[in-house]
Design a protein. Structure first.
Length: 340
């Protein structure tokens, strides 16, 4: 009896059905030429990696920091590909005990890259174990307790630690100083760079965009590739359901439905400005009071909302507290008029 062979699906450059969960991975650049922006960092890394290849050594340890969504993880993957090395990925919160770190380090092979995301969330005890591992390739483990305790030293293969953090101030000075390959801050992107990223993403996703559609998304992307790709996918969904092309008009309608205005502000951002104006006369007001008025955690206000609002010149931090600027009044007034 002959077995029936399954029909092979035609290959396509578009992300295929059943793989939507991996969209973010599909949009992540896999070549240096596809990585747009951060030119100074890329040039520094090219030199560092080329020198390491010529010496036949593993690259020195690297630290990337900056706001979320700017490409720190992508850079780690690109470095691993450039060095033809395996990359092992973990995060600060996932390494709870010394044994967890010891297990990760002892399973590394020569030339491997260990990527630790949110490295600022490592405990001090874990950091102490990392110091000799980074400096001399040695792992010191204490076996037993009390007078019978003894230290066992394990030699580690040459490896590269790449760490990423959104809060570099929370890293201890001894740990920061051990990233001998360099500490690099990723900057926000320009609208032109975001538009280039969106063109690449649209091609991968098979989206046919009309003139002005991608530019409109880039204007509202908060200068962040991750946000830009998120808005692109939501605008695509909106256009698909409405049976229309991805045009500037459909993008505006889709983002209006999401509550994203022409400056990229979300409802929570506008709520912060509105509370400051209506309840506190525009400020200044302390962070504690503002958090209570918004029913929001202080860390969320400080790390999520404030940086972008300050960058746009809509909010000021003063010694007496937070205060809105005249530009914020004008923007909220204009936003309300568009709703009428």
């Amino acid at each position: 009896m002959q077995q029936k062979t399954a029909k092979k699906k035609p290959e396509s450059s578009v992300v295929s059905e059943g793989k939507d969960v991996f969209l973010d991975q599909a949009l992540r650049p896999s070549r240096w030429d596809d990585y747009i922006g951060q030119e100074n960092i890329k040039e520094n890394l090219r030199i560092l990696l080329l020198a390491a290849k010529e010496r036949e050594h593993a690259p020195e340890h690297l630290l990337f920091y900056g706001p979320p969504g700017l490409g720190k993880t992508t850079l780690a993957h690109l470095i691993a590909k450039e060095m033809n090395a395996q990359i092992k990925i973990t995060s600060g919160p996932a390494i709870e005990r010394v044994g967890d770190l010891a297990s990760i380090l002892t399973n590394l092979s020569s030339g491997d890259i260990l990527f630790i995301d949110e490295v600022h969330r490592l405990s001090k005890q874990i950091e102490e174990i990392l110091y000799p591992a980074m400096e001399s390739g040695r792992l010191d483990i204490i076996i037993g307790k009390g007078p019978s305790a003894r230290t066992v030293q394990l030699d580690l293969p040459p490896f590269t630690l790449i760490a990423a953090t959104t809060r570099i101030a929370m890293l201890s000075s001894p740990l920061r100083s051990r990233f001998s390959g360099g500490t690099f801050r990723l900057e926000y992107y320009t609208e032109a760079e975001i538009e280039k990223i969106l063109k690449r993403s649209a091609k991968i996703l098979g989206i046919d965009s009309k003139d002005g559609a991608l530019k409109e998304i880039s204007i509202r992307s908060r200068f962040t590739p991750r946000t830009a790709n998120y808005l692109l996918k939501r605008a695509r969904d909106f256009a698909q359901v409405k049976k229309s092309a991805l045009s500037k008009e459909s993008v505006v309608d889709a983002l209006k439905l999401l509550g994203v205005d022409e400056l990229g502000l979300h409802p929570s951002d506008r709520s912060l400005l509105t509370v400051l104006i209506e309840k506190f006369g525009g400020g200044p007001v302390g962070l504690n009071t503002l958090g209570a008025a918004l029913s929001e955690e202080e860390a969320t206000i400080e790390e999520v909302h404030e940086p972008y609002l300050i960058q746009l010149g809509l909010l000021e931090r003063t010694p007496r507290g937070r205060r809105v600027t005249p530009e914020a009044y004008e923007h909220l007034k204009g936003f309300r008029q568009t709703l009428i």
